[in-house]
Design a binder for this molecule. Sequence first.
Ligand code: NZQ
Ligand code: ZN
Length: 389
Amino acid sequence: MLNFEFYNPTRIAFGKGKVAEIDKLIPIKARVLILYGGTSAKTNGTLDEVKAALSERHVEEFSGIEPNPTYETLIKAVAQIKANNLDYLLAVGGGSVIDGTKFVAASVYAEGDPWEILLQHGTNVKKAMPFGTVLTLPATGSEMNDGSVISRTETASGLHDKLYFTSEHVFPQFSVLDPSKSYSLPPRQLANGLVDAYTHIMEQYLTYPVEARVQDRFAEGLLQTLIEVGPKVLQNPEDYELQANFMWVATLALNGLIGSGVPSDWATHMIGHEITALHGLDHAQTLAIILPSMLSLRRDAKRAKLLQYAERVWHISEGTEDARIEAAIQNTRSFFESLNVPTRLSAYGISADAIPAILSQLESHGMVELGEHKDVTLDKSREVLEASI
Ligand code: NZQ
Ligand code: ZN
């Protein structure tokens, strides 16, 4: 096992009815800004519930945080906070609203242009405004981690940027996880969440063995739970126990636990972010496209873990090693397809002509040595993209 430090200060309030607890979790004198997305928090009643719980405080709202949240939108929330002396943030939504709130929390105290936070991947964040979250979409793990992904449409190059930052100052103080809040999710967002959580686990599990038995078995258990509940939750989105298991898996998939003491990959995510930036695909759609070909093309370096994955997650123990690996990768692709998330660029109308621009984005963002062995060069990324058409 590799050396590690595990730190996670986020309190989780899990279960039906837990939204009311924010009254205890947010200081009574706080001047609160509630941040949310488009319409879902209003139409499914979560916003009203939140406002009722905070009725004794000064509360303002900031709406319109879009999927793949943008700098241009979020910077307006920073202005509102400064103008009205607000001092506590509450994100109500999915990964985009939570990520956006993290960026706002850090930007309030930024010296100079807040976009520098993304350019420096958070190393320059010294302080952030305290915030909590009410999660409505299991997927990203943002509710219990220190990461955030922000897009910018008006960059100097004229291209769209989608960059990440991490900082221990942007862990949420608390997150309310009420599985009934995701009953209203449409099938596309449910499927996206399943694919995103699955890929988070794979990015931390499917590298090379380091004798991290606990982390491996946690990861395998989480993957198996997604395989088990995924198709069922799509059929029965109002089944509390299915949503509860899905929500907790998605949080555990990226809260630092299974990634402690093991190598991690993240090449699929980095290529995926560029596809979203240039073509607007949902985050999870990009992962469903890239992960199977990434595993396939790097099967030699990942051989031992692919065999372990085949046997322990998919129960494939017959046939040659190569046949078992092939079957496990095919099962991964079929699982995503069974959730109605297509796994080919062409299914989204993207052809080979698009590859050079994706590669030049990767290059301009310094994404030229990706993966657990830093051997995913631009050439390797090109091969992966070509195999994903
Ligand atoms: O805007 P509203 O109307 O709220 O609708 C949203 C949005 O259109 C809707 N939605 C959310 N909760 C709902 C609901 N609709 C009905 N009922 C509900 N209960 O879902 C749509 C998508 O929401 P979004 O927040 O964009 O989805 P997700 O949670 O998948 O977040 C994706 C973003 O997170 C980033 C991605 O790159 C992307 O920008 N990621 C963040 C990570 C992190 N912080 O650790 C890691 C991930 O790998 C990922 O990169
Ligand atoms: Zn992701």
